[in-house]
Unconditional design. Structure first.
Length: 228
């Protein structure tokens, strides 16, 4: 039963893919990269509680959004983390698919249509990819499974917590700005850099052990051809 539901979850996740928070070096609007609020918004290092602070992440956010200053939208970071903590207290029921909660939401300063969001949810496991879906995404070596189109990145990692909590799987999803061509492979790399950066911070906040998340430059790997 669980394997069947996992395959269903994979189809749902990747169907979304197919239909499809800048660093300290930002120079726009007098940015000094300190993350402070200014008339032109906030730097990538300061948006969403600093989740994207760091050279690689801030550069990825600037590149993905085509902007250097940002404004934060409606987010519920503590609610998102509480959803994951609740899932660690008891195994997920086979039929339960919790709705993702937005951990971080932002848009380019002055353009609410150019937005990006980080969503979290507990998962039954890594979903895999069928052959058709695998043609549309790039896979990366981090966590249990990670893949991205030019519109959205998915990352699944194992979170081992101290007893009485139990090990769970966390899904981190990053929606990029709309309208990016499907063939933009650099955008896939940017979104996965942001997804992995967010996953690492979330893992730290939860106290996860042995999450398997990459700490350096992300490497691509061959796409799986079948869902597990």
């Amino acid at each position: 039963m669980r394997s069947a539901l996992t395959r269903i979850g994979a189809a749902v996740a990747v169907a979304v893919v197919l239909t499809s928070c800048s660093g300290g070096t930002g120079s726009g609007n007098g940015s000094g990269g300190d993350g402070t609020e200014k008339s032109g918004g906030v730097s990538a290092a300061g948006i969403c509680g600093g989740v994207f602070a760091g050279d690689a992440a801030t550069a990825a956010l600037e590149g993905a959004m085509g902007a250097e200053r940002f404004e934060e939208g409606s987010t519920k970071p503590e609610k998102a983390l509480d959803l994951l903590r609740d899932a660690s207290r008891a195994p997920l029921a086979d039929s339960y698919r919790p709705q993702p909660v937005k951990y971080c939401g932002l848009h380019a300063a002055g353009s609410v249509e150019t937005d990006l969001s980080v969503q979290l949810a507990p998962a039954h496991g890594a979903p895999g990819l069928n052959a058709e879906h695998a043609k549309k995404v790039t896979s990366y070596a981090t966590g249990l499974q990670a893949f991205s189109s030019s519109a959205v990145g998915y990352l699944y990692f194992s979170c081992g917590l101290a007893a009485p909590a139990h090990k769970t799987v966390v899904e981190v999803k990053v929606w990029g700005p709309p309208g990016t061509p499907e063939t933009d492979l650099k955008q896939r790399d940017r979104l996965m850099t942001l997804t992995n950066t967010a996953a690492r911070k979330i893992s730290k906040e939860l106290g996860c052990q042995e999450d398997g998340l990459a700490t350096g430059t992300l490497k691509t790997v061959p796409n799986p051809t079948t869902a597990p």
